[in-house]
Design a protein around this ligand. Structure first.
Ligand code: SAM
Length: 287
């Protein structure tokens, strides 16, 4: 059995934040690199301390010391570990990334669910023979097309999914929404830009790059429209018997994290999320 090692698909030498550091230094770094989180290391030893996310940073505007804003319980793997170990860590913690460290606990890479999808599952011919049927979610949240934006947003935030299928009166799949669709509405952006929640103008850039954060704010004013006016109508779908390979390639090609699953004449039966595809690695032996 040949192992597929973490180092063959990780992103090597990621940007890290060295401690001690200030909040504004971290914000500048987020601004420059447009990612949602960074590993944090100790300056003197370069050893991993934890991870800091831009969301956490902005939700705690009064905390200036970065050390107080670090999530320390971060799953780590070694470059020589099997990617199976990384997939298992992500699934167990419902975490979309793991930090790759060497034997001295120094950061050498980052591995995300997207990396596994794009650089492994979408490239491995053997994945053509595995169907998604055992892996997709059967119990999912959906929204009706007439649902007002605000209610749809609440449903989105409560769902264990980054997007929700939209159905009509008959229960047919007619669209899909995620937070970027709600944000795209110009009225929303204008409301947020003038929001007093963000006293510092240097933090405004985050309004566009980090929708989740903004949408969780109660003060957010959403236009009074039904969700069907802003949903994506051209839905990329999967069928139960589609292969892991094909679904991974669709996710990579369209930069999407999930596909609604349909059966027969288009009957919506579930959703396959990128995280679900990781389950393939846990009971699959690389040959
Ligand atoms: N989290 C990603 C980001 O911010 O980079 C999302 C990117 S994805 C391209 C966002 C768009 O894809 C949204 O308009 C959403 O409605 C749409 N989308 C999500 N899943 C889809 C699917 N299965 N088929 C078609 N469009 C989808």
């Amino acid at each position: 059995m040949i192992k597929v090692k973490v180092k063959s698909i990780m992103t090597p030498n990621p940007v890290v934040i060295e401690l001690p550091a200030t909040r504004s230094y971290a914000l500048d770094l987020f601004k420059k690199h447009r990612v949602r989180s960074f590993p944090v290391v100790k300056r003197s030893t370069k050893q991993l301390v934890g991870i800091v996310s831009v969301k956490h940073l902005l939700l705690n505007p009064d905390e200036d010391q970065l050390a107080m804003l670090i999530k320390r319980d971060v799953p780590t793997v070694k470059p020589t570990d099997d990617i199976k170990k990384a997939a298992k860590a992500m699934l167990m913690k419902n975490y979309r990334r793991v930090v790759v460290v060497n034997n001295e606990n120094k950061v050498v890479g980052i591995l995300t669910v997207g990396d596994i999808i794009r650089r492994y599952l979408a490239k491995n011919e053997k994945m053509k023979r595995i169907e998604i049927e055992p892996f997709y979610q059967r119990y999912i949240s959906v929204v009706w097309r007439g649902t007002p934006l605000k209610a749809a947003l609440k449903a989105l935030l409560l769902a264990d999914s980054m997007a929700l299928p939209v159905i009509d009166e008959e229960g047919n799949l007619i669209g899909i929404i995620d937070e970027t669709d709600i944000l795209r509405d110009s009225e929303v952006i204008i409301t947020m830009k003038s929001s007093s929640l963000y006293p510092s103008s240097e933090e405004e850039w985050i309004l566009e790059s980090n929708p989740t954060l903004l949408l969780t704010k109660r003060e957010l004013k959403l236009p009074n429209k039904p969700i069907e006016e802003i949903m994506t109508k051209d839905v990329i779908k999967a069928t139960e018997h589609m292969s892991v390979y094909d679904v991974a390639n669709k996710m990579a090609q369209y930069k999407i994290e999930q596909l609604p699953v349909i059966k027969g004449q288009g009957d919506l039966v579930g959703l396959i999320r990128d995280m679900d595809l990781l389950k393939v690695l846990l009971n699959y032996k690389h040959k």
